[in-house]
Ligand binder design. Structure first.
Ligand SMILES: Cc1cc2nc3c(=O)[nH]c(=O)nc-3n(C[C@H](O)[C@H](O)[C@H](O)COP(=O)(O)O)c2cc1C
Length: 194
């Protein structure tokens, strides 16, 4: 499968970056064709500006957005890797969605209501959190973490096969725990096999 990895962490020595390396490796081992979109490295501007909106409302897609949409068109599978920041996606990733998932490209409203237009066969969100799993369970917070992404964005735009993994307590899990997670992440390349 052609798999686009969208990665949103500013620090190359982060655990998220180690996850990026592992899943890229795992996907390639399984014979998948991988492209990485590293939003910080590309210095992606996440702000949807008045001028962008004006163009979109006139039916013109700004060139900077077309380029991003081409990456999505290329892919059959999607992976998103990001840390949980304020129970949500880092602003750079949220802004990528604001700009790229335009009406008419990613979804459309017609006589029968909403129609998601993305045709990716599978999507996977890998999310790291500072809090413990117990904290999230006690506060009934897990759904806050993944649903805006899995349901509110990816499924909304028509992707039927959407999964997520949340890796809790990254700082507290210790070297062995982190190693186990990285091994699991490398194995997720298989998730994109037919
Ligand atoms: C701006 C910011 C906001 C954060 N918000 C949350 C949060 O809402 N919930 C949580 O569990 N951890 C939160 N954290 C902790 C990060 O999720 C955690 O440090 C990260 O997932 C660890 O991965 P890394 O080492 O690759 O950065 C936040 C960290 C930062 C810097």
């Amino acid at each position: 499968m052609k798999v686009l990895i969208v990665y949103a962490h500013p620090n190359e020595s982060s655990f998220n970056h180690a996850m990026l390396e592992q899943i890229s490796f795992g996907l390639q081992e399984e014979g998948h064709d991988v492209q990485v979109k590293d939003l910080y490295a590309e210095n992606f501007d996440p702000v949807l500006r008045a001028s962008d909106l004006e163009q979109l409302q006139k039916g013109n897609t700004p060139e900077s957005i077309v380029v991003e949409q081409e990456s999505l068109r290329w892919a059959e599978g999607l992976v998103f890797i990001y840390p949980l920041w304020w129970f949500g996606r880092p602003a750079i990733l949220k802004g990528w969605f604001d700009k790229v998932l335009t009406n008419g490209f990613a979804f459309q409203y017609g006589d029968t209501g909403l129609r998601g237009m993305l045709q990716h066969r599978r999507a996977l969100a890998l999310i790291t959190a500072g809090g413990t799993e117990e904290f999230f369970q006690q506060n009934d917070a897990e759904h806050l973490v993944h649903r805006p992404m899995t349901d509110g964005t990816l499924a909304f735009c028509g992707i039927e096969d959407v999964h997520h993994r949340i890796y809790y307590d990254i700082a507290g899990m210790g070297d062995k725990g982190r190693q186990n997670v990285l091994e699991e992440v490398a194995g997720l390349g298989r998730h994109f096999n037919e």
